[in-house]
Ligand binder design. Structure first.
Ligand SMILES: C[S@@+](CC[C@H](N)C(=O)[O-])C[C@H]1O[C@@H](n2cnc3c(N)ncnc32)[C@H](O)[C@@H]1O
Length: 260
């Protein structure tokens, strides 16, 4: 029997344009975002095979999940986030994908992650977990140790600052490289973070999501103080992951990896 297909929402094209400009905006902050995604997915493939059950933590509008879908046509993908605008975009991007589900989850409440159905072969995340305060991040890692199946993998790509006292030159190199990448991309007309969000909040079909977004985030609309790579790795080890390290690095951009 044919699957019932609902008509696309009137804001479909707007959502897809916003997604394309989101990816350009994110690339202004992450020079090698594509390589980072590729490393995450190649590691998932090598550790878990070609039909993994994947959780994309803080999936935003779905960029990493879409890359996962391209790589793994038969995978089950669950994306979770708490931002109403980004989730609405993800719903459009995955509208015709019956093996992907999108869930509203607040990662500051690790019990919501524990309550997700079933175990995962791979939990992946990109440019997101620096939004969590260190204590919340440790709680999340404890929950993930119960949600990644034995032998499965957790992968987190993000910027982790070099230590200001021990590695001041490396830290400056990375900061200068970020600045140069942003200047080059913004000079091409790529939206910066604030401009992108003003456009998204004013986009037709997103008015109610913008109101919901203000309510969801209230006064917390800023990333937490960044913790070090070593902090992430120690928290993952303490949570019970058996092998912890990193599988990719460009300056202060790393993909942290942990095998359960
Ligand atoms: C810079 S975006 C990255 C989104 C996506 N992973 C990507 O690479 O395009 C950061 C994401 O983290 C999400 N986020 C931050 N704190 C969160 C929390 N406590 N619970 C759920 N999502 C959160 C935001 O809503 C946003 O989607």
């Amino acid at each position: 029997m044919d699957r019932m297909v609902s008509p696309p929402p009137a804001y479909r094209d707007t959502a897809l344009e916003l997604l394309a400009s989101w990816d350009r905006q994110q690339t202004a902050f992450i020079r090698h975002r594509d390589l980072r995604f590729d490393t995450i997915l190649t590691t998932v493939e090598r550790v878990c095979g070609r039909t993994p059950r994947i959780l994309d933590l803080a999936c935003g509008p779905g960029s990493l999940g879409l890359a996962a879908r391209k790589r793994f046509p038969d995978a089950e993908i669950i994306g979770c986030d708490k931002d109403p605008i980004l989730l609405r975009m993800a719903h459009v991007a995955f509208a015709e994908d019956d093996k992907t589900s999108l869930l509203t989850v607040d990662l500051d409440h690790a019990e919501q992650v524990l309550a997700l159905p079933g175990m995962f072969d791979a939990v992946i995340s990109s440019t997101a977990l620096h939004w969590l305060q260190p204590g919340k991040l440790s709680e999340l890692y404890l929950a993930l140790a119960d949600k990644v199946r034995p032998g499965g993998v957790f992968l987190n790509g993000d910027h982790f600052l070099y230590d200001a006292m021990a590695q001041p030159s490396f830290r400056q190199l990375a900061l200068d490289d970020d600045k140069a990448q942003q200047a080059a991309e913004f000079a091409k007309g790529v939206d910066d973070w604030e401009t992108w969000w003003s456009k998204a909040a004013a986009a037709p079909g997103f008015e109610d999501a913008a109101i919901a977004r203000a309510e969801v985030w209230k006064d917390k609309l800023a990333p937490a103080r960044k913790v070090s790579l070593a902090y992430h790795q120690a928290a993952l080890r303490s949570a019970g992951f058996s092998e912890v390290g990193s599988v990719w690095q460009y300056l202060d951009d790393w993909v942290v990896a942990a095998i359960r």
